[in-house]
Design a protein around this ligand. Sequence first.
Ligand SMILES: Cc1cc2nc3c(=O)[nH]c(=O)nc-3n(C[C@H](O)[C@H](O)[C@H](O)COP(=O)(O)OP(=O)(O)OC[C@H]3O[C@@H](n4cnc5c(N)ncnc54)[C@H](O)[C@@H]3O)c2cc1C
Length: 412
Amino acid sequence: MNLIKDVVIVGGGPVGLYLAGSLARSGLEVLTIEKKKEIGEDIICTGIIGQEAFTKFQLAPSSIDHALQDVELFSSAGGRIKYHHPFPFAYVVDRKVFDQSLARRAQDVGVEILTGLEVKEIIPSPTKVKIVAQGPENQMNFFQAKICVLATGNNFYLHQQLGLGKPSQFVLGRQVDLVAEQSAPARLCLGKAFSPDGFAWQIPFKEKGWKIGLLTSSDPRPYLRKILKSFFPLIPGSENNNLPPLSTKAIAQGIVSPSFANRILAVGEAAGQVKTTTGGGVFYGLVGAQLAEETILEAFQRGVYDESLLSGYEKRWRERLESEIRIGLIMRKVYSLLNDKDVNLLFQIAREDGILPLIQDQGNFDWHSGLIMSLIRHLYHYPHRIPAFIHLSREIWQKTKYITSGEAFPKS
Ligand SMILES: Cc1cc2nc3c(=O)[nH]c(=O)nc-3n(C[C@H](O)[C@H](O)[C@H](O)COP(=O)(O)OP(=O)(O)OC[C@H]3O[C@@H](n4cnc5c(N)ncnc54)[C@H](O)[C@@H]3O)c2cc1C
């Protein structure tokens, strides 16, 4: 196969498909190449997408399973908070339906989508970029474009070929799908017993379904067992070794720079456009896609496809997302240093000191730094909590010392 297009997008996930549709709507000839046999096949994702994404990117509501407005928070030391938001703050979507509806929307405006082809090599030159993709019977296919976009998710081997950056770290997202007769709102579990370095979640999905997930780079099995035992005692696996099948996927954490080269851009998780607080990547990826679209249209308008113009994309997306990504990384680090007693103390403070109304008023599912700063300012109004915060700061400081010196933590 030999095709010439204006833009070739490598990766048929939500970000690549959204960008493909937007560019085609502006009159460009676009090809999307996806290595899976079918769009939406075998996706590991809980599918929580903030309300803002649906309005900002005019996403089709057909993939929505239900809205999220209530969440129960649990700490491993027994704390519990019921939280009700004044309006639905996010939606749980069926990711297969979500991705397929983006694919249909792109095809409706002329995007060609080829599945079952894995891009192996990308060769930019002053006049064009060549893309080499391997088919199911190992046959090689060749494509040509003026610009090639990497929307390859957490797959970074093409970045290496092209001299693009990589995220500074990854966290492992683990998920189990359960069937359990239980009527309860979404749950968020904090503390070392639920996840040693992240947090865990339980999201109802469709009739009787539950998505149980956790962010951790440690062996997840003891924590899943604890979650099943605490919340789903009737499910096999809570008492013995037969845990339900577990899916694992690495999530990029940290900005990817450079995210451009001559005739090349990276977008979505492939550019590190992921919320580092939660690991959610769809919304920031779509924000990145919108900024990539602006830059690509400018490149075609001016007939300039080299780094001098494409660097504008990285400048724009970093202005929009970098501080959120960096503050999120710091918050996750600080959180990972807290022990179960500290987390419980945070629960107490949240319940008693007007923090829940502040979250109701200023909380935003996708932009977290504003709320973090408001929470810090809010503490000035509660001087009686200062000893608790001195205690937490001392704990964090001491543990940071051990981490930087490489010594083992003393047993508490
Ligand atoms: C357990 C778990 C739960 C999550 N839950 C959420 C959530 O609730 N909300 C949320 O927003 N995010 C969530 N995420 C993250 C989210 O799934 C990703 O950030 C998001 O899918 C990124 O979109 P993308 O289009 O950038 O990349 P992807 O969705 O990863 O798409 C990339 C595509 O590129 C294809 N590809 C890669 N390399 C090649 C190649 N060489 N040739 C051809 N094709 C290629 C891949 O097959 C893939 O289809 C979760 C992640 C995990 C692991």
